[in-house]
Design a protein around this ligand. Structure first.
Ligand SMILES: *Cc1c(COP(=O)(O)O)cnc(C)c1O
Length: 396
């Protein structure tokens, strides 16, 4: 069988065996509705309570501040839409950034249609939010700031504590999308001072279809799904029992092994970047080299089409992505790389490699070998590469 190398851990991760084992009984024997009063219902309720503790522990929250949702996307929608609607008599201005996930950007666009004004803060060439621009954008109408903890395309880790302090100083709520940071960065939501934080299970070796929103204890965020009294009457609908149990188990594993995970994945990522930069001409790394997610290597290969390279790598069994999973089916250049000031033609030659717990050095050696071969092949057949490639080598 052809070798398979998965290097797209920022798109999703496989469910770890230990996590799956904990989930299975909740589909079959222990299937009781957590709202039922008899024993198997109460057992389910207990399992959800335990998962809530586990997810809370991973971000330094109190379990009462964790509300399970169907996804990170739902958590983002709930946070910004309901926080904005609840405060519209105070003001109608929201601040976010140009590099947010679409779960946030499209929620902001929705709010614009509902009469809110949104300012999209820019970033520098490494992907860092401009804190001066952020503070200068605050007006007496500003009610909410939402800036992601770490970017999913280039891996840049934002100064969220500084952003939270600016928000607090001006009496503005602060939400952060921590879906990529979770399990990859030590998080202490109370120390940061965020009012709301979104997380998701399937980026940390848990199941797809379950996320959570942290809501600071004293914050009265309105419910956005109406029905039964689940999730402390804030998020109705019979709970995704097995999914929530899986999220809890994945969170506990991540917490136990956080330092080891960061160390191992960072070392592999650096090894990969070093080899690519040494062995393939005309490449560069996008984003910041130090303050970035452990597993992220976003690399531009000049004079080639990223999609073509992605497809050739796929033929060799290597799964990588161009930009984010969500925009890779479209031909518009990544909004994140555009915000970093990278020209469109160069963005098209960029690929995102994301390394995770199951990646081996062997996988990366195999990937580098095939990158060398496929980049060479594409540059040979591309007229742009020949002409500009010669110049790049100084042989005019
Ligand atoms: C994956 C991701 C989301 C969406 O989470 P889902 O659980 O897949 O809906 C939101 N924000 C960021 C930064 C992500 O990487």
């Amino acid at each position: 069988m052809k070798r398979q190398v998965y290097l797209d851990y920022s798109a999703t991760t496989p469910v770890k065996e230990e996590v799956l084992e904990k989930m299975i009984p909740y589909f079959t024997q222990s299937f009781g509705n957590p709202s039922s009063l008899y024993t198997i219902g109460q057992n389910s309720k207990q399992a959800i309570a335990e998962a809530r503790e586990q997810v809370a522990a991973l971000i330094g929250a109190d379990s009462k501040e964790i509300y399970f949702t169907s996804s990170g996307t739902e958590a983002d929608n709930w946070a910004v839409i309901e926080a904005a609607e609840a405060r519209k008599n105070k003001g109608n201005h929201i601040i976010t950034s140009k590099i947010e996930h679409h779960a946030l950007l499209h929620s902001a666009e929705y709010l614009e249609k509902r009469g809110f004004d949104v300012t999209y803060i820019g970033v520098d060439d490494k992907g860092f939010i401009d804190l001066d621009e952020l503070e200068a954008a605050i007006t007496d109408k500003t009610i909410l700031i939402s800036i992601m903890y770490a970017n999913n395309e280039v891996g840049t880790i934002e100064p969220v504590s500084e952003i939270a302090a600016i928000a607090k100083k001006h009496g503005v709520l602060f939400h952060t999308d921590a879906v990529q940071a979770l399990g990859n960065v030590p998080i202490d939501v109370h120390a940061i001072g965020a009012d709301m934080m979104s997380v998701s299970a399937h980026k940390i070796y848990g199941p797809k279809g379950v996320g959570a929103l942290y809501i600071r204890k004293s914050l009265a965020l309105p419910s956005h799904i109406h029905g039964g009294g689940q999730e402390n009457k804030k998020r109705a609908g019979t709970e995704n029992l097995a999914g929530i149990v899986g999220f809890g188990a994945a969170a506990e594993l991540a917490a136990t092994n956080l330092d080891g995970h960061i160390e191992k994945v960072t070392a592999l990522r650096n090894y990969f970047i070093d080899r690519v930069c040494k062995e393939i001409p005309d490449v560069y790394v996008n984003g910041d080299i130090l303050r970035r997610l452990p597993g992220n290597a976003n690399i531009t290969f000049e004079y080639i089409e990223g999609e073509a390279l992605l497809l050739l790598m796929d033929l060799d069994g290597v799964a990588v992505s161009t930009g984010s999973a969500c925009s890779s089916a479209s031909l518009t250049p990544s909004h994140v790389l555009t915000a970093l000031g990278i020209p469109a033609e160069i963005i098209h030659g960029s690929l995102r490699f994301t390394i995770g717990d199951f990646t081996t050095k062997d996988d990366l050696d195999y990937t580098v070998e095939h990158l060398i071969k496929n980049v060479e092949k594409l540059r040979r057949i591309s007229s742009v590469s020949k002409e500009k490639g010669w110049q790049a080598y100084g042989v005019v």
